[in-house]
Design a protein around this ligand. Structure first.
Ligand SMILES: Nc1ncnc2c1ncn2[C@@H]1O[C@H](COP(=O)(O)OP(=O)(O)O)[C@@H](O)[C@H]1O
Ligand SMILES: [Mg+2]
Length: 375
């Protein structure tokens, strides 16, 4: 089969919900050719409140085995429930790529994505590919980043000889892939994107406001320079890539460390300072590790809706063109889901899809495990 409709499903560290992305994928006809992909549709589902709070607890490593096992199956059933509510166009897909919810990541020792795939396979009658990271770990890799395939093959497309672009995901965490004609040069997590902003506004508004829409509130605040400097002292920002981070580094414990300074601030000033932390650590990551600087940064992920954040990044990197994936026909919230649709197609075609140079694996690997339905 040359052309395939594939559903990719992603729920990231932000716990803002599940993105289902319907993608049309064309198989490369030779190893020299690139695959093609086209965005068809997306649908987002929020987690039921109880499940969200259990997922947050799981991510903080607070659950007992019994509760984690239950959550693994509850989430699996929830994927299947969401599937039933998808618009009819989605049902034409033959294949599903399911990332699952990361609840633990300590690469290369262990990684765990939960959300049992059997329910989705049974309800949809389709083949589901999941557990995309373990095969890379088995070869000594980090199992991350793995959206690199989509970034390079689909988004960076046909670059001119000398050009360099970055694909930059602003989820809970901020991650970049620097790409030239020769392929992926570098890919790593720069630090927080939205996670600290979300946690802070949620705690100050007692859960009423989930995030700072467009960065409007932060844009009304003032940067608290001494606090910003203290936050920038975190050792993670001083490490050279390859490196990856998560809620462990930039979640509740990071905010708690600065709580005495943060609680006394106006909400706007605190958000402004946290936004500046994200913008500065992103700009510094480019200046230190991505020289010569790329001509353009193409942003994706929910943080690409944060216009104030993009403005602050542009202010610190004035010579780089700032774009979003929407300029290429992909809604910013569709990229991670579409990346797992592409990875599922590669597994189905039995083509390796990790990038040993960026994950640190010893060899190429087929990523993902297959769950087939009898229907
Ligand atoms: N309109 C918006 N304005 C500002 N931030 C937004 C907007 N929409 C989404 N976000 C941010 O993006 C986050 C979700 O991004 P996402 O790419 O789904 O991250 P993850 O992969 O971690 O789930 C939200 O929690 C929020 O912080
Ligand atoms: Mg999300």
């Amino acid at each position: 089969m040359r052309k395939q409709l594939v559903i990719g499903i992603m729920n990231g560290t932000s716990l803002d919900g599940i993105d289902f992305v319907l993608t049309e994928i064309h198989k490369p006809l030779s190893s020299k050719q690139k695959p093609k992909a086209k965005f068809h549709a997306e649908k987002n589902f929020s987690f039921p409140a109880e499940m969200k709070s259990q997922l947050a607890r799981a991510a903080r490593h607070e659950l007992q085995v019994k509760d984690l096992a239950r959550l693994h199956h509850d989430l699996g059933r929830f994927y299947a429930e969401c599937y039933k509510k998808l618009p009819p166009a989605f049902k034409k897909a033959k294949l599903i790529g399911l990332h699952g919810q990361t609840v633990y990541h300590e690469a290369p020792r262990a990684t765990l994505q939960i959300g049992e795939s059997s329910y989705l396979s049974t309800v949809s009658g389709k083949t589901v590919i999941s557990d995309f990271r373990s095969a890379d770990l088995s070869l000594g890799g980090q199992g991350a980043p793995i959206a690199t395939l989509f970034h390079e093959k689909i988004l960076a497309g046909n670059l001119k000889t000398k050009s360099r672009v970055a694909i930059h995901n602003l989820g809970g965490i901020s991650n970049l892939s620097l790409i030239s004609k020769k392929g992926v040069l570098l890919s790593f997590d720069t630090g927080p994107a939205n996670m600290l902003l979300d946690l802070y506004i949620q705690s100050r508004t007692h859960g009423e406001t989930a995030y700072d829409h467009s960065g409007e509130r932060a844009s009304k605040g003032k940067i608290q320079e001494p606090l910003l400097r203290q936050m920038l002292n975190h050792t993670y920002f001083k490490q050279a890539p390859p490196k990856s981070c998560g809620r462990e580094e930039f979640g509740e414990s990071f905010l708690n460390q600065f709580k005495p300074n943060l609680v006394n601030l106006d909400l706007e000033d605190a958000l402004c300072t946290l936004t500046e932390l994200t913008a500065t650590t992103i700009a510094e990551a480019y200046k230190r590790y991505a020289k010569p600087l790329p001509e353009a940064i193409i942003f994706c992920g929910g943080g690409a809706h944060n216009l104030f954040l993009l403005k602050r990044i542009q202010a610190q990197l004035p010579n780089i063109k700032i774009q979003t994936t929407l300029d290429l026909g992909w809604p910013v919230s569709s990229i991670e889901g579409a990346a797992f649709a592409l990875l599922a197609a590669y597994r189905f075609w039995e083509i390796p899809s990790n990038y040993p140079k960026t994950t640190g694996a010893k060899a190429p690997a087929l990523l993902g495990k297959i769950t087939k339905s009898i229907r």
